[in-house]
Design a protein around this ligand. Structure first.
Ligand SMILES: Cc1cc2nc3c(=O)[nH]c(=O)nc-3n(C[C@H](O)[C@H](O)[C@H](O)COP(=O)(O)O)c2cc1C
Ligand code: SF4
Length: 489
């Protein structure tokens, strides 16, 4: 691949548009950001109401966990700080805050939050802190919708130690089993155990409703359990094989939550497409430097039957046929809140979160990261066109950097998506949209440059955060440990 053009070298929206055109992709981009009530970012979402309420603007905060809870799954001061900053963004849709496990065994790391009786007060405190800051930033909490993301980490469970994986898998995966060192007789979750996990989701949903959350996200993305169900083509029994069986988990969770928490809304964050796992090209990796990502060999695996939204004849390509069926199912279940993401941070991070610099468990970009942004935005546009009654939150905008407000505004104006979700950018610069939509200058020094330290740190047992740009982390003892980890590479 030719030398990548870095976004900070593009000085104007014209430069940006020319660069986009040179990549052969399509990204809308406005020249200037409108302020005041005319701003597309500031308009309420009109076509969907929740108990008579509209969502007050088109800004969403995507879930961002911090690997910084206590050993028993309660928030710490760092967690609280992150949720306060979510509130400071002025976003009226808080999509889940962060992944919160429905049980200890389902945690992705020993510092993940858990929904349990002993964490009830801690979770309530997170929500309250967020709302307080939101009111200070936005003037009131009118039109604010706050959700809680419910998760079970499935294949990526590590509840007790950063160094001990305790996977719960639904089916054999010819590539991921090998990567995780799982033998051919590694036990699959039984249908009975799945029933227990569904009960955990329902209990967690009830508690979220009691704590005042407006909705829960039944997470179906990034390779975790809900997502693995969708790709469980080779599983036998009632939770695998046909589309109906692979979506049974979702239907049972939704039915169960509605029985115990009738007023609670339900949303789904879904990896709308995927690819075969990638790895650093061994021929181009040397001296601790990660080579560009290449797909794992798959010639022997065609038709490819281990994913969702993947072309079975060429798993480097997406196929939206089943995701479209999935959205029809959500509509029939009266679920309108949909958050679109893609792939998995564990096996194809360039698909999931386009970045210039790889995290320690990743690979150098196999494509211009803008291509990854365009792939997610394009899929969202196509799905929104087909399902105009759903409310779509889009993802993967952070790599747009200085042009994020321009692209977001154009995407909203041109109806590509209903709400623009901020991921990594919220760690560095939560107020970026508030500044843009209220006519203040955007602070370029605070813009996420996709250094990936917020992923490298937790991959090495440290709390997540923006170590390069957020003073709170830059000067923390963990920053010294992170520097040592990076020096060894
Ligand atoms: C540090 C970090 C934590 C994340 N935590 C979550 C999470 O708890 N739940 C989730 O669904 N996605 C999580 N994501 C994914 C983001 O929500 C988002 O999909 C991704 O970063 C791409 O969006 P962006 O380009 O705006 O960063 C996380 C990503 C990062 C980098
Ligand atoms: S560490 Fe900071 S700059 Fe780097 S990707 Fe994360 S949020 Fe962005």
């Amino acid at each position: 691949m030719a030398q990548l053009v870095r976004i900070p070298t593009l000085k104007t929206t014209d430069d940006f548009r020319k660069h986009v055109a040179s990549l052969g992709i399509n990204l809308p981009c406005d020249d200037s950001i409108e302020s005041g009530s005319h701003s597309p970012l500031a308009k309420p979402v009109e076509h969907v109401r929740f108990n008579g309420r509209q969502i007050g603007n088109r800004i969403a905060i995507n879930p961002m966990e911090g690997w910084d809870g206590t050993a028993d799954g309660n928030p710490t001061e760092n967690t609280l700080r992150r949720w306060r900053r979510f509130g400071q963004s002025g976003a009226k849709l808080i999509w889940g805050g962060e992944a919160v496990a429905v049980s200890h065994a389902g945690r992705a790391n020993p510092n993940q939050l858990v929904v349990a009786e002993h964490t009830r007060a801690g979770l309530a405190q997170l929500r309250a802190a967020l709302v307080t800051e939101h009111v200070l930033a936005a003037g009131s909490d009118a039109g604010l919708l706050v959700g809680l993301q419910l998760t079970h980490s499935g294949r990526y469970c590590k509840p007790n130690s950063h160094t001990r994986a305790e996977p719960k898998i639904l089916h054999r995966h010819p590539i991921l089993d090998r990567r995780l060192g799982l033998s051919a007789d590694f036990p699959l979750l039984t249908d009975g155990e799945i029933g227990g996990i569904i009960e955990d989701f329902c209990r967690a949903g009830r508690m979220a409703a009691e704590l005042g959350f407006d909705f829960v996200d039944v997470k179906h993305c990034h390779g975790y359990l809900g997502h693995e169900f969708l790709g469980a083509h080779t599983r036998e029994g009632k939770y695998g094989g046909s589309f109906e069986n692979r979506t049974r988990f979702l239907r049972e969770v939704v039915q169960g939550i509605r029985a115990v928490a009738p007023g609670l809304k339900i949303g789904v964050r879904v990896s709308a497409f995927d690819t075969v796992p990638f790895r650093p090209d061994p021929a181009l990796s040397a001296n601790g430097k990660l080579g560009p990502g290449i797909p794992e060999p798959f010639a022997e695996l065609i038709p490819y039957r281990w994913g969702f939204g993947v072309d079975a004849s060429d798993p480097t390509r997406l196929d939206l046929a089943e995701p479209i069926q999935f959205l029809s199912l959500l509509e029939s279940l009266n679920i309108v809140l949909v958050n679109l993401t893609a792939g998995s941070p564990y096996y194809n991070p360039h698909i999931q979160r386009p970045a210039l610099y790889p995290p320690s468990d990743g690979y150098a970009p196999p494509e211009d990261p803008l291509v990854g942004v365009a792939r997610q935005m394009d899929a969202a546009r196509e799905l929104k066109r087909r399902f105009p009654n759903l409310l779509f939150v889009g993802t993967a905008y952070s790599y747009l950097q200085d042009f994020l407000p321009h692209v977001a505004q154009a995407a909203l104006r041109e109806d590509w998506v209903d709400s623009v979700g901020l991921g990594r950018m919220v760690l560095t610069y939560p107020e970026i949209f508030l500044d843009a939509a209220q006519g203040r200058a955007v602070q370029h020094k605070r813009i996420c440059r996709t250094f990936s330290d917020c992923t490298t740190a937790p991959r090495n047992g440290l709390p997540s955060g923006c170590y390069p740009l957020d003073g709170h982390y830059k000067t923390s003892p963990a920053a010294v440990q992170l520097a040592a980890v990076k020096a060894k590479r």
